[in-house]
Design a protein around this ligand. Sequence first.
Ligand code: ADP
Ligand code: ASP
Ligand code: MG
Length: 605
Amino acid sequence: MGLIVQKYGGTSVGSAERIQAVAARVIQTAKAGNSLVVVVSAMGKTTDSLLKLAYEVANSPSQREMDMLLSTGEQVTIALLSMALQAIGQPAISLTGAQVGILTEPAHTRARILQIDTERIERHLTEGKVVVVAGFQGVSSTDDMEVTTLGRGGSDTSAVALAAALRADLCEIYTDVPGILTTDPRLVPEAQLMDQITCDEMLELASLGAKVLHPRAVEIARNYGVQMVVRSSWTDDSGTRVVSPLLQPRPLQNLELGRPVDGVQFATNQAKVALLRVADRPGIAAQLFGELAQQHLDIDLIIQSIHEGNTNDIAFTLEKSCLTPAQAVAIAFGPSLASTIGSEAPEVFIDPQVAKISIVGAGMIGRPGVAAQMFSTLAAAGINLQTISTSEVNVSCTIAAADCDRAIASLCQVFEVDNSVVATEPMTTLPPVRGVALDLKQAQLGIRHVPDLPGMAAKIFQILADANISVDMIIQSQRSRPVQGVITRDIAFTVAQMDAEAAQVVLEKSAPDLGCGEVVVDPAIAKVSIVGVGMIGQPGIAARMFAALAQQQINIKMIATSEIRVSCVVAEAQGIDALRAVHQAFDLGGKESIEVPTRTTPVWL
Ligand code: ADP
Ligand code: ASP
Ligand code: MG
């Protein structure tokens, strides 16, 4: 007995029958003596259909009107579910985000929650009513009280934020799959259910394309210690528990606006090995990292940026104490390539003493300025960035080891983080890979010949941040080339496909002033990623992923890693095959296939 927040997604409320089934489940939970707040999404594919309608009447509809339109989807469901509950004798009341008092920033289509007034919900709960709340929407905290939405998939965030604000005992996310699976069962039917997953792993998976949970919901659950379970709304099975660490209690004010960065991490005893001008064809990364794995060398960061001509550069870092054998592998790799595929031997570049410095935190998601702020902070301290490798929740740079202390001090100050922490301890008792994610909605951009001076990355990513473009994976390569007497490097990154054109326009406008070269775009990419806290300290995990891709003759265009993740960019057309191959390589499949109901558009749209 307690206070439970339940959230039902689009497919779970996709028809009148489904809404009645949800009502039956709600009443069962209420009859067991629980107080209940139910958050719902729009029915089936309603939000997609409304978006389509908007683009039928206008080429670039206003974001304000878009919020007005999209918020209607959830409003239909709250009324219908309340009616269905009342019809079976359960007192219930529906409330929009504005009626609850879900106060957000005034940012249309991507608002963050600032605060939730719980008074009205609590009043209705004491009256014995089930309170049915529209997910995905809020109201701006400005005088105009504008209707806002939280971004696609945002009902999960509404539910977890309500659970945090109400200090609920449990937040149950009901959806169309049995819980969190090793990958998307629509693409890999033999995906297996996990009993539990850590918030850190779930955060990476969600931000890398596993849309079963909105990453911001995971972030709130972690920050506020919300007990969260993801379950099927078709069965009584227990689903997946998303485990949060026990943190200090936080104020509920500025709920989603806490610090963008949770911590500054560093590793000082690192060395870097780079292979320049490696042949760009399937199997090369697999061979190199396979040979390193055979020597049991635990590789930390791996960075492969966009290729030029028909070659790539691959750089990696590892513990300084492992440099000698790693260097031997890298040096022997050239002649071995020359004899097998007849390519020229790559140039091997060694830096025996580098430091890795990272900022981590889910507060970076959707805040395009945070990576730029890290780069400009380091630039202001006169620190040059050697390589960069990022995800949505982690930005890692290698820098000269002598600069590490200054880097930590300035980053801790700028991001208001008290203690910097050394990298996480290995957890070798866990399986190395928990889940595999695919993101088909990204495009890749590259800027050639960026002058190798402190502050350049900061300027480039600030230009994108000013245009409100969130960058996902940033990679700065190792190779440097002199252009008119200035040393230059290439920087590549990925953005949402819909932002690619705008990113290209703003960068092309600034490139000549910045002294940079051509801006190149590849809209047809896919990003496949493996995630698991168990990969920390386990050699050979990346090599296994690269080998699985090589076996399918899939060429890797870019590689970026963080402590608990390896991401590869491949051609879009090979994305699903890549996902399947990697899922199989880590033995993640089960014997039974998961069937997922199809999502439909309600007849009136
Ligand atoms: P809802 O409407 O209930 O919010 P979503 O469509 O947003 O549902 O999320 C559920 C979908 O997420 C599943 O149908 C599945 O296709 C997809 N998915 C992607 N990755 C995973 C994963 N690792 N585990 C479970 N489902 C996943
Ligand atoms: N209806 C919204 C969407 O489709 C929010 C949600 O379902 O979580 O994105
Ligand atoms: Mg969803």
